[in-house]
Design a protein around this ligand. Structure first.
Ligand code: NAX
Length: 327
């Protein structure tokens, strides 16, 4: 049996946590041979609820679950951790400006960045899910400068999955027939699902769905507004699909990407495609199972360039709003 890895999840008593933890413990992320010790991090008032989650995890008797560390102490929470899912954050409330949200959550991610740098294992990798996830990730990364920039990720996989399904439904094919679809930019309503470089059954998407207006008037807005549509329908934000996307993101990073495929995750930009260096920007990514790279040389027409510029502009604005939190 391999040595257990330590996996931290913040916001562990929240709704995404409730869908995520049981799948990590069952082996869905790191595989059926990899034991895990879960570090469940919450704020003090949520510890009683977290205790209920701990009891349920125990009641599953998962063979791969070798320990549970429930805590509100960040140093204990990130001690020796190999992977951290930063899910917990404060939701936007009525009347709150984006700046207020960025500043409240920004402070959380300063503390978490510092605690990760001080306590985590040398191979730590971090996926930020809590919104605004790109900028929260930027803040944590900048407050943990001892950790290389290529270890920080923010989640756009849910947007990719939403886009893939919309294309498959429109074309009347299975989701597995869609490849190459990537999300560019911010996890927000400015994100850009690049359908020009995606394929259905190996053919470019615009050659299969010959309906240019549908992409602009239905596809892109549906993907961009899907989170809001789910809140309207369910009265709660997406949770199971978000947890599923977090699982897929890490699986995509720790396993080699199949030929012809890409996946979306926001990473620290190295300037690829002219994007400002250092922004946490979603690109088409491939992995060899150990390291990842941004797919280079994709053709981008004027429409794509305009959309990518708009989402980059939003991320630069968010960065400017949190400038004093970047260490
Ligand atoms: P919940 O409100 O159900 O749970 C959040 C949990 O985080 C709560 O239990 C709370 O006590 C905890 N928390 C708050 N501050 C904390 C801190 N400083 N340290 C540790 N825990 C803390 O939210 P949930 O539905 O689970 O969503 C969590 C986050 O995911 C939200 O920010 C949400 O906006 C974001 N999402 C991101 C998505 C993405 O694609 N990147 C999609 C889904 C989701 O909207």
């Amino acid at each position: 049996m391999k040595t257990p890895i330590r996996v931290a999840v913040t916001g562990a008593a929240g709704q995404i946590g409730y869908s995520l933890l049981f799948r990590i413990a069952s082996g869905a992320v790191f595989g059926p041979e990899q034991p895990v010790i879960l570090h469940l991090i919450e704020i003090e008032p949520a510890l009683p609820a977290l205790n209920g989650v701990v009891m349920e995890l125990q009641d599953c008797a998962f063979p791969l679950l070798k320990g549970i560390v429930p805590t509100a102490d960040l140093n204990e929470g990130f001690k020796g951790v190999n992977w951290a899912f930063l899910v917990g954050s404060v939701p936007r409330k009525a009347g709150m400006e984006r700046k207020d949200l960025l500043s409240i959550n920004g402070k959380i991610f300063i503390g978490q960045g510092k605690a990760i740098a001080a306590n985590a294992a040398p191979d730590i990798r971090v996926l930020v899910v809590g919104n605004p996830c790109n900028t929260n990730c930027l803040i944590a990364m900048n407050n943990a400068k001892s950790i290389p920039a290529d270890r920080w990720f923010a989640m756009t996989m849910l947007d990719q999955n939403r886009a893939v399904t919309q294309l498959a439904l429109k074309a009347g094919v299975d989701t597995t027939d869609v490849s190459g679809l990537a999300i560019w930019g911010n996890h927000s309503s400015t994100m850009y699902p690049d359908y020009f470089n995606a394929k259905i059954g190996g053919k470019p998407v615009p050659e299969v769905i010959k309906h240019e207006l549908w992409f602009k008037e239905t596809f892109i807005p549906t993907v961009q507004q899907r989170g809001a549509a789910i809140i309207k329908a369910r009265g709660l934000s997406s949770a199971a699909s978000a947890a599923n996307a977090a699982i897929e993101t890490v699986r995509n990073l720790v396993n080699p990407t199949p030929a012809g495929h890409v996946f979306s995750v926001a990473v620290c930009s190295d300037g690829s495609y002219g994007i400002e260096k250092g922004l946490i920007f979603s690109y088409p990514i491939v992995s060899d199972g150990k390291s990842w790279k941004i797919v280079q040389g994709l053709p981008l027409g004027d429409f794509s360039k305009e959309k990518i510029a708009a989402t980059e502009k939003e991320l630069k604005e968010e960065k400017a709003l949190v400038a004093e939190l970047l260490g």
